[in-house]
Design a protein. Structure first.
Lengths: 224, 224
DNA sequence: TACGAGTCTATACCGAGTATACTTTGATAT
DNA sequence: ATATCAAAGTATACTCGGTATAGACTCGTA
């Protein structure tokens, strides 16, 4: 499914990836240390010992140096939907994904440990929040398409878009409320609980909105 | 509720508002004509016959010249919630608001006539879409607070935030699907229908998420 | 009429992002 | 091994949104 068969692909490629990694590392360190808005691209280039243009070669936008795991999130969700068991609806599969993320403290759901600093840094910058919202928006469209295709409906199905919108909104709120608890009280277990509680309520609601569609009815037993 | 008691407030104030209006008019015309990203602030200043700094005095961000009715939306929603009848829940009040917006073709719900060009212009610009998302995000927080206060709960109530998130997500999707219909088929009646249909489904779902809370239970008869 | 505050303006600056043309370096074919 | 081509890196110059600052003008008021 993913071509990671590349331990040592090529010298040129290796160097390119090394450069990219150097930039990413320097950027991450500087962002965490001084805040996203306080770090200039020139400083990053300097720290990574490359030219300014090289930075933009690898990362078209400054924000891309911060959020560089968008694809992994999509892969995770895609796998959950397409690899779900028979008799499990797409929405039920996503709820199970939420459970699993909490269980194994998946860093793609940054509610634990060092990830909290990452979130705090993001929330401190208007530019990063804007980028996060853009990713949510784009992801909602992708999710709608994934949902529609998983039950053989056209990608433009309004029901799929409504469902995707409700699911992403739920996830966002649940994450944010969970983060607040983790941040204020330092209680990661409580954060996970409130996250899952809100996911449950929101997904249950989303299932109602999609009642009568294949998105929530799967096989003999109805799990939503 | 709004202090519009100002037909001729003051010469200085009059001049300031005139300058602001000149800038706004020039900007709107240029944006519609050439697209938001194709118009520079210098061109706007030139067209309005003011200095560049004067533009930024009145509109801190370029995007503010495009979206200048945020307050009206908040006012409309606030009035709907706080002025609702006894026995009508906050969520039911918002659904009624949606009905009314469609009925009287409220320009704050730009699904009709010339407003379509406005939306098309906004959708053609990444910067404007980003600003729109930011407004949605801010409004979700405001709505959560309004909902919470309207039923005497603390502003941080997680249920209120989840509910607000679901309502805004529903409104967004409903609007977008409605816009697509209006834009592709030129059928404003059909656009209104699909908008209301999705609002209904989404709000019904939101009511499920808020089941057991005062947000959806009001008085003897339960309208959600 | 003098003063002070609010408005407008010019100038200089910063930082993200683009365009372009040039150099270097690694892969490949002869 | 060497010529060759493309990919990667680089320097330079530019555009544009936005900020800082200080000065000019104008209106309301003491």
């Amino acid at each position: 499914m993913q071509d990671q068969a590349s331990p040592t692909p090529d010298r040129r490629t290796r160097k390119r990836l090394a450069t990219r990694q150097a930039i990413s590392d320097s950027a991450t360190r500087l962002f965490m240390e001084h805040g996203f808005d306080q770090v200039t691209v020139d400083q990053i280039a300097e720290a990574a010992d490359v030219g300014r243009m090289t930075v933009f070669n690898h990362f078209p936008r400054k924000e891309d140096m911060f959020f560089d795991r968008e694809d992994e999130v999509r892969g995770l969700v895609s796998a959950a939907i397409h690899g779900r068991d028979d008799g499990t609806s797409p929405v039920a599969a996503l709820r199970l994904l939420a459970d699993r993320c909490i269980e194994d403290r998946n860093p793609l759901l940054p509610l634990f440990g060092p990830s909290l600093r990452f979130v705090a840094t993001a929330l401190a910058s208007e530019a990063l929040k804007a980028r996060a919202r853009q990713m949510c928006s784009a992801f909602t469209r992708v999710l709608a398409t994934m949902l529609a295709e998983s039950v053989d409906r056209p990608a433009e199905d309004p029901d799929a878009h409504l469902l995707a919108g409700l699911l992403v909104a739920t996830w966002s709120v649940a994450f944010f409320e969970g983060y607040n608890v983790a941040d204020r009280h330092g209680d990661t277990a409580a954060a996970g609980r409130i996250f899952l509680r809100l996911i449950d309520r929101g997904f249950q609601a989303a299932a109602v909105a999609a009642a009568g569609t294949p998105y929530v009815e799967a096989g003999p037993q109805r799990g939503f």
